[in-house]
Design a protein. Structure first.
Length: 196
């Protein structure tokens, strides 16, 4: 029985990676939603939802959310699916996750990174905007005390796409990169983003 279950688990993970929604549904029906939705797979201890998000399969993400997948479950780096989604940056999946009741937009993973910081690092302006609309706090420093500043610019007249520039500066005695300064700049940043 255990060998059969291990085989089904491997098949389940493969269906998720390939984006085979019908295969995922079949295995869930055979083994039961509760068991597989809570199970963590592979060396990174990711849930089925983490895997679907990581591989960018919106239909599987949607189905897993509909049947009760836990958006707060973490992998071995303490990343929720809202952290994992920035491996692909799929705006549709980001939107699906942000629509979930009780989503924690300021959750920090093992290194203190928040979803908005990861979105900014990837240059995903739409995600930054969505996260800020949901209450993301850009003043949260990571584990080594660094804040990431974000400045927006518009490129050439032919490509009206936002460009990002980051400076990573430790918060310290200098005071010019303090949380108070960031909070005062938050309104400016929100105004700039909402104007796009």
């Amino acid at each position: 029985m255990s060998q059969k279950r291990n085989s089904q688990n491997a098949e389940f993970v493969e269906f998720i990676r390939k984006g085979d929604l019908e295969g995922v549904k079949r295995i869930l029906l055979e083994q039961g939603n509760d068991l597989l939705l809570k199970k963590k797979f592979g060396e990174f201890k990711e849930t089925a939802l983490h895997l679907a998000v990581k591989h960018g399969h919106e239909s599987i993400v949607k189905h897993l959310l509909e049947i009760g997948a836990d958006i707060h479950a973490t992998d071995h780096h303490l990343r929720t699916v809202l952290h994992t989604v920035f491996e692909t940056g799929d705006i549709n999946i980001i939107t699906l996750i942000l629509q979930c009741q009780g989503v924690k937009v300021n959750a920090t993973e093992e290194y203190g990174n928040t979803p908005v910081k990861l979105a900014a690092e990837k240059g995903n302006i739409r995600a930054v905007k969505l996260l800020m609309e949901k209450g993301a706090d850009i003043t949260i420093a990571d584990k080594v005390g660094c804040l990431y500043s974000l400045s927006l610019g518009i490129s050439t007249e032919f490509h009206q796409t936002p460009d990002f520039e980051f400076s990573r500066t430790p918060v310290g005695d200098l005071g010019w990169n303090s949380p108070e300064l960031w909070r005062s700049g938050k309104e400016f940043l929100q105004t700039q983003i909402s104007g796009l």
